[in-house]
Write a new protein. Structure first.
Length: 467
C-alpha cells in the first residue's frame, strides 16, 4: 500500500495546524514518586477533515503517550497500569537497561494482565532520543497507539525547550471513513510481505501540522519512527538538515547526508540540526511513493538577524568493541513472499505445508521461527560479539538489538560508508550482508528481532544470553 493523496478525501492544511508536541508530563505523579502510565482505550482523530474519531489504545489517553523527559543518570520510576482487555508490558527502546526492566513479555517478564500493574524502575545511562512502546503482541498494540517518546536530557545546557522539538511519526492504516482500519489487523498478506503499512502519516498524532520556526536559529528535531513497518524515505538535503545523532547516540560532528533518499527505518531515531533560512519554509516528505508526500510543514518567520550558536553533544560512554578477540555469529535470514524458507522449526517442531498459514510463521533466523528454548548465542559479560546478518529474503528489515548499542562494521553490496555510529536498529536491504559488533556488557536475556512488527511476530525474533 502506498501513500497517495488521491486515495483520500481532500483536506485543507490550514485547518489542521495542530499543537505540535504531545503535552509533556501529562501523567499523574503518584505520592511515592512514580509516574503513572495507564494503558486505556481512547477516542482520537487520526485523519483530518470530517473523519470520525477512532478507538485507539493509548498511554494516558493520548497517542503518542506523554513525553517522558528525564536527565541522564536519573532514576525513572513508572507504574504501568493495564486497563485494556489484553495483557501488555512496556519496553524502553534503546535504553541500556537492567534486563528485568526491559519489558519484553514472555522473556524478561510476564505480560501484565488486564487490571494489573507493574513497576518499572531504572537508571538512564545515555542522553538522547528514545521511546517506549508495548512489547506484547506489538504488531497489534503499537499499531493501535501504544507508544510514546522518552527523552533523556544532557546534564549540561544544549538546545533550550523552544529549539528542541520531538516529532513522533506514525503511519496509520485508515479505512474509507478515515478511521483506523481494524478489519485488516493480522492480515496474512502483511505478515508474509512488507508488514502492515499505513496510508496516512501523523506527526505527534496530528495530521499535516504546521510548525513555526525562526530564521537563523538552530533547532534540534528529534524524529522517531514508530511505524509498524514503514521505512520512511526522506531527503535531508532538501531539509537543509545535518544529523546530530542516530538512535539517541550523538555523532562527533553534525554530519551532512548527501545521498537521497535517506532511509529511516521503523524504531529508529534521528536527531536533525536545522537552521532555517529567512522566508524558506520546508516540509517533511515521504519519498517512497510516485510523488513526494508532505506530512509536516515548517514555516519560517523573522529575518535571522540573531546569531545562533550550535550546542555540541558529547558522546555517551559505550564500551568499544575489541575486534581481535571477538566471538563471531551468523544469522541467516530467510522466508517471506518470493523467498526461500527451507526447513523451519517452530516451538521445537518442524513446520510442513499447512503449518505455515496456521501458525503464521513465514520467516526464520537460522531455520528457527520465533523464540526457541536455547539462545541464538551466549556471551560472557565484557565479550565482544560480531554478528553477520545475511538477508536471504526479498525484503528489507530493521534489525534491533535489545540492551546494547552496536556499530556497523561492514555492509556488503552497499555504496554507503556511514562511518561507525552507534545504533540500536539498522536497516538491511534484500540480499545484503551486514556485520555489526558490540560489547555484550549487560547480563540477561536479550531479544534480537526485526522491528517490522509483523515480521517479528511471523518468525523474525530470536534471543541471546549474556552471563
Ligand atoms: Cu522497540 Cu523489541 O523493541
Ligand atoms: Cu523484517
Amino acid at each position: 500500500m502506498k501513500l497517495t493523496r488521491r486515495n483520500f478525501i481532500k483536506q485543507g492544511i490550514g485547518a489542521a495546524a495542530l499543537s505540535l508536541v504531545p503535552a509533556p508530563y501529562s501523567f499523574a505523579m503518584a505520592q511515592d514518586g512514580f509516574l503513572e502510565i495507564r494503558a486505556i482505550k481512547s477516542e482520537q482523530k487520526i485523519y483530518p477533515g470530517d473523519a470520525p474519531e477512532s478507538t485507539l489504545w493509548t498511554y494516558n489517553g493520548q497517542a503518542p503517550g506523554p513525553e517522558i523527559r528525564v536527565k541522564q543518570g536519573e532514576r525513572v520510576k513508572v507504574r504501568f497500569i493495564n486497563e485494556l482487555e489484553e495483557p501488555s508490558s512496556i519496553h524502553w527502546h534503546g535504553i541500556r537497561i537492567d534486563n528485568a526492566m526491559d519489558g519484553v513479555s514472555g522473556l524478561t517478564q510476564e505480560a501484565v494482565k488486564p487490571g494489573e500493574r507493574f513497576e518499572y524502575e531504572f537508571v538512564v545511562p545515555d542522553a538522547g532520543t528514545y521511546w517506549y512502546h508495548a512489547h506484547n503482541k506489538s504488531w497489534n498494540q503499537v499499531a493501535r497507539g501504544l507508544y510514546g517518546p522518552l527523552i533523556v536530557e544532557e546534564p549540561y545546557p544544549t538546545f533550550d525547550a523552544e529549539h528542541d522539538l520531538t516529532l513522533v511519526i506514525d503511519d496509520w492504516r485508515v479505512d474509507r471513513n478515515g478511521q483506523l482500519d481494524e478489519q485488516s489487523f493480522g492480515a496474512m498478506m502483511d505478515w508474509s510481505h512488507g508488514g502492515r503499512l499505513g496510508n496516512w502519516l501523523t506527526v505527534n498524532g496530528g495530521s499535516m501540522p504546521e510548525i513555526v520556526l525562526k530564521a537563523g536559529e538552530a533547532y534540534r528535531l528529534r524524529l522517531i519512527n514508530v511505524c509498524n513497518s514503514r521505512v520512511l524515505e526522506m531527503d535531508l538535503n532538501r531539509l537543509g538538515a545535518k544529523v546530530l545523532a542516530f538512535d539517541g547516540q550523538p555523532l562527533g560532528q553534525p554530519e551532512v547526508i548527501d545521498y537521497s533518499p535517506y532511509s529511516f527505518g521503523p524504531a529508529q531515531r534521528v536527531d536533525l540540526l536545522v537552521i532555517p533560512q529567512e522566508g524558506k519554509g520546508f516540509a517533511l516528505e515521504e519519498l517512497s511513493g510516485d510523488t513526494p508526500f508532505p506530512y509536516a510543514h515548517f514555516k519560517v518567520t523573522g529575518t535571522g538577524g540573531n546569531k545562533t550558536s550550535i550546542p555540541s553533544l558529547k558522546p555517551n560512554a559505550i564500551p568499544a568493541p575489541d575486534l581481535e578477540k571477538a566471538s563471531q555469529h551468523r544469522l541467516h535470514m530467510t522466508g517471506g513472499a518470493m523467498g526461500r524458507i527451507g526447513k523451519v522449526f517452530y516451538k521445537g517442531k518442524e513446520l510442513q505445508g499447512e503449518d505455515f498459514p496456521r501458525t503464521k510463521q513465514f520467516w526464520a533466523f537460522n531455520s528457527v521461527a520465533n523464540l526457541s528454548e536455547s539462545p541464538f548465542f551466549s556471551a560472557e559479560i565484557g565479550e565482544t560479539v560480531i554478528i553477520e546478518f545475511i538477508n536471504d529474503t526479498a525484503f528489507p528489515h530493521a534489525m534491533h538489538v535489545h540492551g546494547h548499542h552496536f556499530q556497523i562494521l561492514e555492509r556488503e553490496d552497499s555504496e554507503i560508508d556511514e562511518g561507525r555510529p552507534w545504533k540500536d536498529t539498522f536497516l538491511i536491504g534484500p540480499t545484503q550482508t551486514t556485520r555489526i559488533a558490540f560489547v555484550a556488557d549487560n547480563p540477561g536475556k536479550w531479544l534480537l528481532h526485526c522491528h517490522m512488527l509483523e515480521h517479528a511476530a511471523a518468525g523474525m525474533t530470536t534471543w541471546f544470553k549474556v552471563t
